[in-house]
Design a protein around this ligand. Sequence first.
Ligand SMILES: Cc1cc2nc3c(=O)[nH]c(=O)nc-3n(C[C@H](O)[C@H](O)[C@H](O)COP(=O)(O)OP(=O)(O)OC[C@H]3O[C@@H](n4cnc5c(N)ncnc54)[C@H](O)[C@@H]3O)c2cc1C
Ligand code: HEM
Length: 494
Amino acid sequence: MFEARHNMDAPTTTSADDGTPGEGGGWFTPRKPPKGPEDERITTSPEAPENREAREVAAAVAPDIRRASQAPTAPEPREAPQAPEPQAPGPQAPGPPQAAQHRVPPPQAQSTAPPISVQQAKPEGKVSADALLVQRTMAEIEPVADKVTSYFYALLFTRHPDLRALFPAAMDTQRDRILKALLTAAEHIDHTDVLVAYLKNLGRGHRKYGTQAEHYPAVGECLIGSLSRYASATWNEETEAAWVRTYTTISQIMIDAAAEDELRAPAWWFAEVVSHDLRTPDIAVVTVRPDQPYPFLAGQYTSLETPWWPRVWRHYSFASAPRPDGLLSFHVKAVPAGWVSNALVHHARPGDILRLGPATGSMTVDHTTDSGLLCLGGGTGIAPIKALVEDVAEHGRRRPVEVFYGARTDHDLYDIDTMLRLQQSHPWLAVRPIVDQRAQLPDAVREYGPWNEYDAYLSGPPGMIRNGVDALRDIGIPEGRIRHDSVEELVASD
Ligand SMILES: Cc1cc2nc3c(=O)[nH]c(=O)nc-3n(C[C@H](O)[C@H](O)[C@H](O)COP(=O)(O)OP(=O)(O)OC[C@H]3O[C@@H](n4cnc5c(N)ncnc54)[C@H](O)[C@@H]3O)c2cc1C
Ligand code: HEM
């Protein structure tokens, strides 16, 4: 059932301060746990979904409110760079949004049951009933996914205007990421391990946005509101209950991971630019000093926010293995009309303060084996490859490392001197520059080999990764031995 809401200023589904659901009692409205001493963690976990009605499971999502008052503060802009203008002021609301009114009894008492294990959700090898219902919704909304996204944000920002401040001012380019991730996760809820690892990482990464546990019910309600509107042909109580269970499971994993991370790491790091080296007219090596020790592994990447585009985060790979001086370097290419990359290449100067999220990515070296490393780096994708080479060198094991360094022109091989110097110092390392105009990276790799004793690492533009992975599979390298950054994420930035 829908109810028109015209008052844009009035949040209607937030919890009342005493912890009872506010007016309009949303499905995901969590109970606030009693306030404890400042540094006492208060987190409880939901009951197993199979034992309770959907509303009870949803009610059991317990927020950790300990740090609810800590909102992130972006560094003050120093000067406005000549960066491209944002193209749209925000999401396009499809007229006055109608909010779904969920008439469900208030949440029950919190459970202290262990956290949901997604594994429990289905018998081995079978698709769970919930996943089937979720997939049915997905099939229906697929042709109108863009409308679902618009409506989702319109609902979210109308019902919860306070949440608008967590998002970038203009959200045209990548605004579908939350919904895409949610829908993908919901669809793959049965594929346990990878999904759980992904969601934990996502939950930890959300700390830098200022996301709090109590925000999750708000997002969940708006998701359901949006899906129920656009999947009306297949929507019924059963489907709704399946979505509530699924969203509750997903968000609980994220909330728990964030709470755990809070015990050992900051939500973000400030990092001061200490050097800026323009290597070509559009590629800069930017080196920063984080304000606190920054843990990461060679081959990983971070998310980075500049003072010129508050709350606009982009990923950049570490260009070195961890260094004793704690400095971090990035190779950044300014892309046409790119906000963050142009700011970093053309405006950042020593003294500027950036923000970094936590390190992430699985393109790391397995030091338990002696297999060789076959590395394909295209453009600034050479940065993490260089980090991997340094990592192998530091571990002192002589394992063969073969680097194919691809670029469009000789001029674009901006880091070839460094790579050749590394080759001179390490007899186990071979570096082969491949220029597009003369040869294609995958063809060049096919010419050498055999590669059956090698693990493969690819970094660069999505097209290069796709072609590279195809070529490597063709020459018999099993999928499990091929590592690269998420092509989906790269496509989003393509
Ligand atoms: C895991 C990962 C690691 C990454 N590591 C690096 C790195 O080490 N160095 C680096 O420079 N970048 C890296 N990127 C890309 C980076 O995250 C940004 O996407 C890129 O800098 C563009 O951001 P922007 O804000 O400047 O452009 P946006 O404002 O996001 O984009 C503006 C316009 O430029 C287009 N565009 C985006 N990227 C490109 C491109 N590569 N070529 C042409 N047009 C483009 C967009 O489609 C859009 O139309 C990485 C991305 C991922 C996912
Ligand atoms: C199950 C719930 C959620 C999922 C699956 C999800 C997923 C995502 C994904 C995939 C991104 C893209 C960037 C990244 O990887 O960090 C993202 C960004 C973001 N999310 Fe979430 N999210 C969820 C809940 C929330 C909640 C509750 C909030 C708080 C209101 C929130 C706020 C944000 C913000 C502010 C961004 C950055 C937006 C941008 O850069 O345009 N998310 N989310």
